[in-house]
Design a protein. Structure first.
Length: 456
C-alpha cells in the first residue's frame, strides 16, 4: 500500500525498508499522548479559524472514539503502520474522510513526535515519583523499626564507628528524595511545548501556539522552532535522572547482598524475594538485589546510547532521532520494575540486630570515643588520638577490646582515666552522644525520620 506521504515518490517501499524504518513496535505506547496532542491541535486549528469549528469538533470526537476503542481493545494498533502518529491519522481519515485529512495542517511529525515524547515523559515522571515515594516510605518504616539497633558504620569497608541501622537506611531515603527533586526539576524542561514548530521553520498559518500549550497543560512553548524539533535535552536529562536512581538502588543492592551473606548475616530477606540454587540445597540467594545491580549497567548504557545518537546530529530533525525512544523506554521499564521489587524486598527484610551488635563489639569502633573521652580530660585531640591508637594496639596484641581492658592498664596511659571510661565506651552511649545534626544520635535519627516523612 502507498504511504500517506506518497507524492514526490510513489510511496511504495520495500518490505525490508519498511520494517527497518518502522517505529510502531515501540512508539505505540504513546498512543494516549498522540491523541491528546492531536485533540489540542484540532482545537487550536478551529479556534484560529484555520479549519471550521465544526470540523475541529468532529476530529476531536472521533479521536475520543479512537482512544476509547484502543483502550477497550476494539481497535488493535496495526503492526504494519509506520509509527503511532501515522496510524492514528490513518484511522481518523478512514472514519471521517477529508475532514480527518485536515488535522495535519500547521504541524509536522517532527514537532508532533517531540510533543508526544514530552507528554509521555511527563506522565511517567509522575509514576516514578510515586514509586520513589513508596520506597522512601518503606525505608522510613524500617528506620522506625530499627531505631535502637546499633551496628558498625564502615569506611573502606572497615568497621569505623558505631551507628544505628536506622541511620544507615535513612541515608538511602535522602538519595531517593534527591532523585525526586531531580525528576521534578527536569519536568520544567519537559513541559515546554514544541508543537507549532512544524517541520522546522514554523508555519504560514495564523496558529496560536500558546493556546495549544495551555490546552495540553504545558507551562510554555519552545521559543525557536528549529530547537523545538531538534531538542532532546529533556530526554537526556530524564534518562540521566533514571541512571542516578539505578546507581542508588545498585549501591543499596550491594549492601543487601553483603548483609545477607553468611559473613555478615545482618539481614534476612524474605523467602518471597530470594531464590534457591538448583544444586546447592543450603542456598538462599539475593537474586533481586543482584539483578537490580546488574540492570544498572543496562540503564547507564541507555543513557550513553542516547547521548551518542545525538552527538554530531545536524539541525533540525534527522531520522536518527527515532532512536531516542527505545533507550528511554527501556530505562523507564527497568527503573519501574526495580523500584517495585525493591519496595517489596525492603518491606519484608528483617534485621538481625544481635549480629549487628556483635559485629559492633569487635573492631574498636569506639576508638574515636576513647579519644573524645581523653579530650574531655583536657588533652588536645591529636595527643588524645595518639594515646588511643597506642591503647588499641596494646589491646589487639593482648586479646582485649577497649571495654575489657582493666582500668589499671588505662591508667598507665594517663592518670586521668577513671571508671567513667567504660560508660564513654559503651556503644549505645557512643551513639547517643553523636548529637550533631544529621548524626547517628537517637534523637537526631528520630528527626531525620520525621523530615523524610514530611517530604513524601
Ligand atoms: N517515527 C518518527 C520518530 O520517532 C516520527 C517522526 C518522523 N519524521 C520524519 N520527518 N520522518 O522520530
Amino acid at each position: 500500500m502507498a504511504k500517506m506521504w506518497a507524492g514526490r515518490t510513489d510511496g511504495v517501499t520495500s518490505k525490508i525498508a519498511d520494517d527497518f524504518n518502522s517505529s510502531i513496535s515501540f512508539d505505540s505506547r504513546m498512543f494516549r499522548q498522540d491523541i491528546k496532542g492531536s485533540m489540542a491541535h484540532a482545537s487550536m486549528l478551529g479556534a484560529c479559524g484555520i479549519i471550521e469549528k465544526t470540523e475541529a469538533e468532529k476530529i476531536i470526537d472521533t479521536l475520543g472514539d479512537i482512544l476509547a476503542d484502543i483502550e477497550s481493545g476494539k481497535l488493535e494498533i496495526s503492526k504494519d503502520a509506520e509509527d503511532i502518529h501515522m496510524f492514528i491519522e490513518e484511522v481518523l481519515t478512514e472514519r471521517i474522510g477529508d475532514i480527518g485529512k485536515k488535522l495535519h495542517t500547521a504541524r509536522s511529525r517532527n514537532d508532533q513526535v517531540a510533543l508526544d515524547f514530552r507528554l509521555y515523559l511527563n506522565d511517567e515522571t509522575e509514576i516514578i515519583v510515586n514509586k520513589l515515594k513508596d520506597l522512601i516510605s518503606e525505608i522510613a518504616d524500617k528506620a522506625e523499626e530499627y531505631k535502637t539497633a546499633v551496628m558498625p558504620g564502615y569506611t573502606h569497608l572497615q568497621r569505623a564507628q558505631p551507628i544505628t541501622f536506622s541511620h544507615h537506611l535513612l541515608a538511602y531515603a535522602m538519595m531517593f528524595l534527591r532523585d525526586i527533586d531531580r525528576l521534578t526539576d527536569c519536568k520544567k524542561r519537559i513541559c515546554v511545548s514544541p508543537i507549532g514548530s512544524c517541520a522546522l521553520a514554523g508555519t504560514t498559518y495564523p496558529t496560536d501556539r500558546q493556546f495549544e500549550a495551555e490546552k495540553l497543560g504545558l507551562d510554555s512553548i519552545c521559543q525557536n522552532s528549529i530547537d523545538g524539533v531538534s531538542d532532546r535535552d529533556f530526554a537526556v536529562e530524564f534518562l540521566s535522572s533514571l541512571a542516578q536512581i539505578m546507581m542508588h538502588l545498585s549501591r543499596f543492592s550491594e549492601e543487601i547482598v553483603l548483609w545477607s551473606s553468611w559473613e555478615f548475616k545482618f539481614v534476612e530477606l524474605s523467602d518471597a524475594f530470594t531464590t534457591g540454587s538448583s544444586i546447592m540445597p543450603q542456598k538462599k540467594n539475593p537474586d533481586m538485589a543482584e539483578l537490580v545491580r546488574g540492570k544498572t549497567g543496562r540503564v547507564y548504557g541507555d543513557l550513553i546510547a542516547l547521548l551518542t545518537t545525538l552527538k554530531g546530529l545536524p539541525l533540525a530533525y534527522n531520522k536518527d532521532m527515532q532512536e531516542d525512544k527505545e533507550s528511554v523506554f527501556d530505562a523507564l521499564d527497568t527503573v519501574k520494575a526495580s523500584l517495585d521489587v525493591f519496595c517489596g524486598m525492603i518491606s519484608e527484610m528483617k534485621a538481625n540486630t544481635e549480629n549487628m551488635a556483635n559485629a559492633a563489639k569487635t573492631g574498636f569502633i569506639n576508638a574515636t570515643d576513647l579519644a573524645d573521652y581523653i579530650v574531655g580530660k583536657g588533652l588536645p585531640f591529636r595527643s588524645a588520638y595518639k594515646i588511643s591508637g597506642e591503647i588499641v594496639a596494646f589491646c589487639i596484641k593482648n586479646g582485649f577490646v577497649l571495654e575489657t581492658l582493666p582500668l589499671e592498664k588505662y591508667k598507665e596511659y594517663g592518670d586521668f582515666f577513671e571508671e567513667s571510661v567504660y560508660f564513654a565506651l559503651d556503644l549505645k552511649n557512643c551513639v547517643k552522644r553523636r548529637i550533631s545534626e544529621g548524626g547517628t544520635g537517637f534523637e537526631s535519627v528520630e528527626k531525620q525520620i520525621d523530615w523524610v516523612r514530611k517530604r513524601i
